[in-house]
Design a protein around this ligand. Structure first.
Ligand code: WT7
Length: 660
């Protein structure tokens, strides 16, 4: 049974225990409903109250929401603050000052702890180093770092001096890096010589060099290199400096640069439905507010919690729930450098036990791969570790199928911990639709209800609200503080992508959804555009197609679709027409490998097609349109039920049957 079907028949409900209800910070379902009502009755008052309670403002705001230039909304626009001060300085003189901020576990298991005080000093020192090299407020800085304390320091230091960071995931290629440097006009790169993952030392700095060598990156004046390992890497005199060099003599005191609430805190690139990734721009005040509030609400955060979000800082989850949210909330968090399967697939469970983790937040793909591993190897099953410290489990990035949800709930959470299935996006900055621990009755596979203040709804193509039970387009009917502000350098694309004219000014999420006929719970049914979700990573089909056809000596035409995959959620399937005769057997295998390696170089290994199929042509209508629905059926191995009478060349269907 497919995921969506099994969600539709899901009727298990897990209400919170009475004890949990009593203890929950949100204070149960009545309190949740009261907050929703407050937001409905006095929308701006609701947000103003929370913004005053949750953030430290250097200059208090007098205006809450500025709608004068829709959809370019502004929040708290005349207020001023600094994000880093709200994550670090604010704790000075409180019990949090000497609390552990980060428990860092390296790939090899080495553990280092950093207190809030120490983190503040290190961020300040690095911020001074950036300033000493001419990096200033308003500049863009590209961060290409491993999952380390220094990765967070790099981001926080940018925020401290008012520079806008643009973090690129360490798995992206030189080409992807070059595109992002050019698009953002970055003045500096913060990177490491190498990264350690799964016992392997992988280059980072060398990829930055390769990106710069491709040209067009003349805006880059400095490259700061964190020496993660003792292995040397090539350094260009005058341009490249090690962390050790630049930190030498720098003071640990760096007054935070106060910025306007709307000042761009960061730009983070994500895939859309064209070949070009979009630079999602977030604002300082609204973003940080929601990062802090959702830490408290969604994770029911308490002083003694040990929070662990497994996401890399290269993704939005790692921005909001590693680099900013936990610090703004004064939490102790675990940062893990390595991969869940090294030295074996019990690593997560072993780390939860070792650090007495209380809140664990990961992606369905990771859960599904660990389920699989524990089925073949009993020794890595979670039952081998003491996981009783856990209080709350979270899921993020893609739909979680009820089977995986139940396994997570039983085997990791001991049927004691609520699973918060958090629906949100790079563009939303933080959680949008999620259960609240101790309040919302849980239904496996459902992200349940919107957070207070988030006016989510389901509409048809003309923007008309649909009744519960009817599937439609997921929208957000009112702006919210942590929403995307624009696409970096492309305001028109921002308007067209997220606020299309037909939708009455609603924010278009890009997902389909349906609300339960009885309780109004939301279930996300998947993207409605040409965006795939592979292992919780967003990939545009056009992006992969562009990469494939860029191999001009080999590829004439390519079409990419997704198909369901048991572990990765969706898998990438590429249909390719070559500039030479149709390959077979070993030759086809060799070309498929060549194409995968090529895509890894163009975008990154995460974009490699799992299936490659060759044909002398693609199935097209007489007017020349690629029949994508038919390709999706072929990719799934489904019986073709579509009308193929308009196909120019029906014989190619047989050719496209073979997967390499
Ligand atoms: C897309 C956003 C959420 C931060 C990490 C991914 C899908 C995300 C869920 C969920 C079903 C989900 C949607 C969304 N998605 N969370 N809990 N249930 N689908 O951020 O890379 O911007 O991707 O991920 O399709 O649009 P992203």
């Amino acid at each position: 049974m497919s995921t969506i079907e099994s969600v539709l028949v899901e009727n298990r409900v897990f209400p919170p225990s009475e004890a949990m209800q009593k203890a929950a910070r949100i204070g149960g379902m009545d309190a949740y409903n009261a907050l929703c009502k407050e937001a409905e009755d006095d929308f701006q008052g609701f947000w103003a109250r929370h913004a005053r309670e949750n953030l430290v403002w250097d200059k208090p705001f007098t205006q809450v929401l500025d709608e004068s230039n829709k959809p370019f909304y502004k929040w708290f626009a005349d207020g001023q603050l600094n994000a880093s001060a709200n994550c670090l300085d604010k704790h000075v003189g409180t019990p949090v000052e000497n609390k552990t901020a980060i428990i860092f576990e390296a790939d090899d298991g080495t553990v280092t702890k950093v207190t809030y005080r120490e983190l503040l000093d290190r961020v300040s020192q690095f911020a001074n180093a950036l300033k000493a090299h001419g990096v200033k407020k308003g500049d863009r800085v590209l961060v290409y770092m491993p999952m380390t304390v220094e990765g967070v320091i790099a981001m926080q230091a940018c925020a401290r001096i008012g520079a806008t960071h643009s973090v690129v995931f360490g798995g992206f290629s030189a080409k992807a890096l070059q595109e992002r440097i050019i698009d953002g006009g970055a003045v500096a790169v913060i990177t490491a010589n190498y990264q350690l993952r799964g016992g392997k030392e992988l280059p980072l700095k060398a990829i930055v060099d390769e990106a710069l060598a491709m040209g067009g990156c003349e805006s880059i004046k400095n490259i700061f290199v964190f020496e993660r390992t003792s292995t040397a890497c090539a350094m260009v005199a005058g341009r490249d400096k090690t962390f050790t060099e630049v930190l030498k003599g720098q003071s640990t005191d760096c007054p935070p640069e106060v910025v306007d609430a709307e000042h761009p805190l960061f730009v983070l690139y994500t895939s859309g439905s064209t070949g070009k990734p979009k630079g999602v721009q977030h604002a300082t005040g609204g973003y940080l507010l929601w990062a802090k509030m959702t830490m408290d609400w969604t994770f029911d955060l308490r002083a003694g919690d040990i929070f662990w979000c497994t996401a890399d800082i290269g993704w939005i989850t790692g921005h909001t729930y590693v680099a900013y949210g936990p610090l703004a909330a004064g939490a102790t968090q675990i940062i893990f450098e390595g991969v869940p399967t090294y030295p074996n697939a019990g690593r997560f469970w072993q780390m939860i036990e070792k650090h007495r983790c209380t809140i664990f937040y990961t992606a369905p793909t990771a859960i599904r791969s660990l389920i699989k591993a524990s089925e073949t190897d009993e020794k890595v099953h979670p039952k081998n570790w003491d996981l009783t410290s856990l209080r709350i489990l979270g899921s993020v990035g893609e739909p979680i199928n009820p089977e995986a949800w139940m396994w997570y709930y039983r085997n990791v959470g001991g049927e004691r911990c609520p699973v918060v299935d958090t629906f949100w996006q790079t563009e939303t900055g933080g959680h949008m639709i999620t259960p609240l621990p101790g309040a919302t009755p849980l239904v496996p596979g459902s992200c349940t209800l919107p957070l207070p203040g988030i006016m989510a709804g389901i509409v048809d193509e003309a923007g008309n609200e649909l009744p519960n039970g009817a599937g439609g387009i997921l929208v957000v009917k009112k702006p919210w503080p942590s929403m995307i502000r624009t696409i970096w350098g492309d305001p028109e694309r921002f308007k067209k992508s997220y606020f299309p004219d037909e939708l009455k000014g609603y924010y278009l999420a890009g997902d389909g959804a349906v609300r339960d006929a009885q309780n109004g719970y939301f279930r996300i049914t998947g993207r409605i555009d040409d965006v795939l979700n592979v292992s919780g990573h967003r990939m545009g089909t056009m992006e992969i197609e562009s990469a494939l056809v860029a191999k001009t000596d080999l590829v004439a035409e390519a079409a990419v679709v997704g198909r369901p995959d048991d572990v990765t959620g969706e898998a990438i399937c590429a249909f390719v027409v070559l500039k030479r005769s149709l390959p077979h057997g070993d030759e086809a295998k060799a070309i498929a490998k060549e194409l995968r390696d090529w895509v890894a170089k163009e975008i990154g290994p995460i974009a490699k097609p799992k299936d490659i199929r060759f044909g002398e042509n693609l199935p097209k209508t007489r007017s020349g349109k690629i029949m994508r629905r038919l390709l999706r059926s072929l990719a799934k191995g489904e019986q073709i039920t579509q009308d193929t009478s308009t196909l120019e060349n029906p014989a190619i269907l047989t050719q496209l049957d073979q997967t390499y």
